[in-house]
Write a protein that binds this ligand. Structure first.
Ligand SMILES: [Ca+2]
Ligand SMILES: [Ca+2]
Ligand SMILES: [Ca+2]
Ligand SMILES: [Zn+2]
Length: 366
């Protein structure tokens, strides 16, 4: 992990507005335009492409790129696998869909996120924040020659996080806090781990949860379908834990990403039932320091926005409005419903990202 200490360098100055939240992101550092289209508002999903830029393609003012030649002599396959893993994880846990640009040999097309290698004059690695025209992740093939594969993974994953809009903060009581010099929580446990809680939280604030893709679930008509509900509880958001640590095989993370997000879910009852619903704010609490600041800030992920939910029938008539509890507390409801289709709407009170878990189950009434 020591290598990361020196890798915490980004090209764009972090002088923009800093937010008091347990991550360091800004509206200005979001992918708003890519080769696939536009994301008008914060919380909108977007697709971006990435590639390890062929050595024959130069980029911007940099005349050299030797990443492929360098990797051939080191661990090319493993490196490509790691890039796929990391961008795959970002895509699995947020509305940002990162797809690999695969081009025929000698093609000149460039991806939105491009990884190159060159001599960085003493710097280990750096990345731009998201910007129109593409983002460059630059790895030093001179210093990198001394690293093992683990070192490369750490540094590259960290820069990848920058390339999608995450900046530095420093978290306490977290796996990354073992190294007090590690002034970057992004992708804390990089050794094969991928994005951690605060990374995912930030990614969803910028690009929404994965259900915001393909038109999203902000309306009754586009509700996320939960299918037929039985006595076996159906849950969404089941991977959001009380810990900052996120395992690489988990992807069930949802949230109300701010004032312009509501989440609609549709469910079906095949017979008259007692239906139990709950919406529970989820996530850990911890302390962090923003880059360049001194004061610790307390962050409680379950107290970011007071959630409520509503039930609608198949015609869109509101049947119940449930908001008995305040910030940080679960809302629950148990009701008799006839067979048919229903909708649940989840929303929050503040323009903050509030991750939550939704549980729905039904007991048939004989
Ligand atoms: Ca959402
Ligand atoms: Ca939504
Ligand atoms: Ca509430
Ligand atoms: Zn960095």
């Amino acid at each position: 992990m020591k290598i990361l200490r020196f890798a915490a360098v980004i090209v764009i100055l972090l002088a923009a507005t800093v937010q008091v939240s347990a991550y360091n992101i800004s509206e200005d550092w979001r992918w708003k335009v890519s080769s696939f289209g536009k994301a008008a508002k914060r919380g909108d999903p977007i697709k971006v492409s990435w590639q390890i830029l062929p050595d024959t393609l130069k980029n911007r003012e940099y005349t050299s790129n030797n990443i492929n030649a360098f990797l051939e002599s080191k661990f090319k396959e493993k490196f490509v696998d790691m890039c796929r893993f990391m961008f795959g994880r970002i895509s699995a846990v947020s509305g940002l869909d990162c797809v690999e640009l695969v081009t025929p040999k000698n093609a000149k097309q460039k991806a939105d996120i491009r990884i190159i290698g060159r001599d960085l004059n003493g710097m280990n690695a750096c990345s731009d924040m998201p910007q129109k025209g593409g983002t460059l992740i630059q790895m030093s093939t001179v210093i990198g020659a001394k690293w093992d594969h683990g070192g490369w993974i750490n540094v590259t994953m960290h820069e990848m996080a920058h390339s999608v809009g995450l900046a530095h903060d420093r978290i306490f009581e977290s796996p990354s806090s073992k190294d007090p010099q590690l002034n970057a929580s992004i992708v804390a446990l990089c050794n094969g781990g991928g994005p951690q809680f605060d990374d995912i939280y930030a990614l969803q604030r910028l690009y929404g949860d994965k259900y915001e893709r393909n038109g999203g679930n902000d309306t009754l008509k586009t509700a996320t379908d939960l299918g037929n509900i039985t006595s076996a509880s159906k849950s969404l958001g089941s991977d959001i834990a009380d810990s900052l640590l996120v395992k690489p095989n988990t992807s069930d993370f949802i949230g109300i990403d701010g004032a312009n997000d509501v989440d609609f879910f549709k469910f079906h009852l095949s017979s008259k039932s007692i239906v139990s619903l709950s919406v529970t704010p989820k996530g850990p609490s911890y302390e962090f320091i923003l880059e360049g600041e001194k004061d610790r800030i307390k962050f409680d992920a379950i107290k970011q926005s007071d959630l409520f939910f509503e039930i609608y029938d198949s015609l869109g008539t509101r049947l119940f409005h449930v908001n008995r509890q305040g910030m940080g507390k679960a809302e629950t409801l148990s009701i008799d419903l006839a067979a048919g289709d229903y909708f649940v709407k989840v929303a929050g009170s503040k323009d903050n990202n509030q991750m939550y878990r939704l549980d729905v189950s039904a007991m048939m009434i004989p």
